[in-house]
Design a binder for this molecule. Structure first.
Ligand SMILES: Cc1cc2nc3c(=O)[nH]c(=O)nc-3n(C[C@H](O)[C@H](O)[C@H](O)COP(=O)(O)OP(=O)(O)OC[C@H]3O[C@@H](n4cnc5c(N)ncnc54)[C@H](O)[C@@H]3O)c2cc1C
Length: 284
């Protein structure tokens, strides 16, 4: 069991990881070796102290080099569930692994694409966020897949392997995935409807009858990820030391609220890592 698991490899997660490393703590950093699309997408960053006019790509490279120098590697895994269990935490990933730690820092950012009406209501009743966990349940069935990032296309492939028909609703450009049973719908749905389970995806001008809907997003909403976590206006509620309402669980960066800025995310990641170190010292 490690001291901490950091969920999300944006600047908040990187900052927390560097500080935990400096404090001599053991941890896993879950996310992507590419770190975060929100770093590389920035054309020019002009407001980060000490690094005037740096491109997002250069900033990302600098962060990757800094992680390599500190001998920190990112585990390319997506957390799908965080469970508080008698003073420790269990984290299940989409890749089928399960990790335990004494503390958790949530640095999962915010999803910029709004959820669709019915998406939250039907979660667990036909709406799923995890292709590898639930894909097999839709063998020979018809499903719709809402996907916000090209990076998640491999998950669509996994679903298409099981399903009879996949309506892919991409919310990104340059779709590459193809398949005999994949039909691309380039429209935004208005809502997901049904009775006890999902039945229909509704568009302005048509409806699709489906057995299930997969919502593949860069960020899983905090309440879906961590059972019992307190949020306020869609953000994780934190104290000054970045502790959430769950003892031993901290959060940092965009997921704790505005302003959405690198400097805030880096600062909060640092504060959360120090708070974790203090918590570990007090709870040996
Ligand atoms: C185009 C653009 C330009 C910007 N320009 C600026 C600027 O000039 N100056 C500025 O200060 N700010 C800017 N921002 C805002 C800045 O990008 C964010 O404030 C910052 O990236 C937040 O960092 P973060 O670490 O909190 O989250 P993110 O950067 O969003 O990182 C979160 C990471 O966690 C990963 N993740 C999410 N859920 C999970 C999970 N369940 N398991 C594993 N990993 C997970 C995500 O894939 C992502 O990699 C810009 C944003 C955009 C989109």
């Amino acid at each position: 069991m490690t001291d901490c698991i950091i969920i999300g490899s944006g600047v908040a997660g990187v900052s927390a990881a560097l500080t935990l490393k400096a404090n001599g703590k053991t941890f896993e950093l879950l996310g992507s070796a590419a770190l975060s699309e929100k770093i590389t997408k920035a054309e020019m960053i002009r407001n980060y102290a000490g690094l005037p006019n740096i491109t997002g790509a250069d900033f990302c490279k600098a962060l990757q080099d800094q992680l390599a120098q500190a001998e920190i590697s990112v585990k390319e895994e997506r957390a799908m569930g965080v469970y508080a269990l008698n003073g420790k935490f269990g984290v299940a990933t989409q890749e089928g692994n399960y990790y335990e730690s004494k503390t958790v820092i949530l640095t999962c950012g915010v999803e910029s694409v709004k959820t669709i009406d019915g998406e939250t209501e039907f979660t667990g009743r036909g709406v799923s966020f995890c292709a590898t966990c639930d894909g097999f349940l839709y063998k020979d069935k018809t499903i719709a897949v809402l996907c916000t990032s090209k990076r998640l296309e491999h998950e669509i492939g996994h679903l298409a392997h099981f399903a009879k028909k996949v309506y892919l609703i991409p919310m990104y450009k340059n779709v590459e995935i193809q398949g005999d049973n994949i039909e691309i719908i380039r429209k935004m749905p208005v809502k997901i409807t049904g009775n006890s389970r999902v039945e229909t995806v509704v568009f302005k001008d048509k409806e699709l009858a489906v057995d299930g809907v997969f919502s593949l997003r860069e960020s899983v909403s905090p309440t879906t990820l961590v059972s019992g976590i307190e949020t306020e206006n869609g953000h994780i509620k934190v104290a000054r030391n970045m502790q959430t309402n769950l003892v031993g669980c901290y959060a940092a960066g965009d997921c704790t609220g505005r302003p959405y800025q690198y400097a805030k995310a880096v600062g909060e990641g640092n504060v959360a890592a120090h708070a974790v170190s203090e918590y570990l010292a007090a709870n040996k």
